[in-house]
Design a protein around this ligand. Structure first.
Ligand SMILES: [Zn+2]
Length: 374
């Protein structure tokens, strides 16, 4: 949860009863009385504008302040993630189901990895894990209620279903929009490959993004709120930060691709210093340093200056397409494929080639089937 380091936390519990946790010394006090750590408030509980169906756990942080976490069942968590990660108003059941299975797989796999040391594992509610805004609260219109029912049905229809690659959980990454071709897990998640020998999906063409990109280049963005194309500029201050982050004496003099993938995405970037020293770094690292909202993806179409020309102390202007790391399910693509009548199994088989779906079956244990068969 975002509540980390606060000096007090307020909530509303059952029947709207207000609650207050404060930190006094090293202890947590709930409604004026000393509480165990973590203090436990039974759900459902409303914190700010969010409603959580799990218990609220409040603990004192060693560095000061309080931290609130929510202990919640997997399916309620997945429903909250899907509500945050998709535009549920316009989503088809297939898109919601595909997103639910990817989100569930990611959650189960990540919790397994983080609990390897025996400590209780948790997931963050932001971009580093998955967006999670608690229970979806629909508006009062019939359309809002229908969307909420469709969401709940998608969670029930896929209850417990996860993606496997061989006998391991799939690296079920997903992203907002690939721009025309997804990236290979092994090209983007180097640390995971190195440390866990993780294997994930290869890159695949994404016809819906290619179609949207072609439309945008002819008539401008057909979906003005979420265009695939973007243009950003890294100013000299950001470039100096980039240079320092990668051990150059100052801002790079030249920036160009050191390696691109089948879809043209920059996988590694070469940063050349004033003195001709060249640092080759993963483009995702450059994105992290420059800002994910600035370098929205590695699918770059053009830069000014061009990779062969020097920056001459000015900015670096970048034209790109898509949003996110590009691995696994493309949310923009899944939305269009769902509308075109694809099933959730077919969508997942496309973006996670070689993965299988495992459905829990109380009668005879997990059953493994090819994603495309679902
Ligand atoms: Zn796509």
């Amino acid at each position: 949860m975002a509540l980390r380091g606060a000096s007090e936390i307020t909530w509303r519990a059952a029947q709207g009863r207000p609650g207050l946790a404060e930190r006094i010394g090293d202890r947590v006090f709930v409604d004026g009385s000393p509480a165990a750590s973590p203090a436990r408030v039974m759900g459902p509980v409303v914190v700010g504008s969010r409603t959580y169906d799990g218990a609220l756990l409040i603990s004192a942080l060693p560095e000061g302040g309080l931290e609130a976490r929510v202990q919640i069942g997997l399916e309620a968590y997945v429903e909250g993630v899907v509500a945050s990660e998709t535009s549920i108003w316009s989503a088809t059941s297939a898109e919601l189901e595909a997103q639910a299975i990817a989100a569930r797989t990611y959650a189960v796999a990540t919790l397994q990895q983080r609990s390897a040391g025996g400590a209780p594992a948790q997931l963050a509610d932001g971009v580093m894990d998955q967006a999670f805004g608690g229970r979806h609260i629909p508006g009062s219109s019939s359309r809002a209620r229908e969307a909420a029912e469709r969401l709940t049905r998608a969670i029930r229809a896929t209850q417990g279903v996860i993606l496997l690659r061989g006998d391991r959980l799939e690296e079920a990454r997903y992203h907002a929009a690939c721009g025309g071709h997804t990236s290979a897990f092994s090209d983007i998640f180097h640390k995971e490959v190195r440390e866990r020998r993780a294997q994930g999906p290869t890159g695949v063409p994404c016809p819906p993004c290619s179609r949207r990109a072609a439309q945008e280049s002819v008539q401008g963005s057909p979906d003005a709120q979420r265009p695939l194309g973007w243009i950003e500029e890294l100013n000299p201050t950001t470039l100096a930060r980039v240079g320092r982050a990668f051990g150059l004496p100052g801002a790079p003099r030249r920036i160009g691709p050191a390696r691109t993938d089948a879809g043209g995405r920059w996988i590694d970037v070469a940063l050349e210093s004033e003195t001709g020293q060249v640092r080759r770094v993963p483009f995702e690292e450059l994105r992290r340093v420059a800002g994910y909202s600035v370098l929205r993806s590695g699918a770059l179409l053009a830069t000014v200056p061009r990779p062969t020309d020097p920056l001459l102390g000015g900015g670096w202007r970048v034209q790109g397409r898509g949003r996110g790391h590009g691995v696994g399910l493309c949310q923009e693509g899944a939305r269009d494929l769902g509308r075109a009548g694809w099933s959730s199994g077919a969508i997942l088989a496309h973006y996670y080639p070689g993965a299988t779906l495992s459905r829990p079956d109380p009668a005879d244990g997990p059953r493994v089937a090819r994603a495309a068969d679902q």
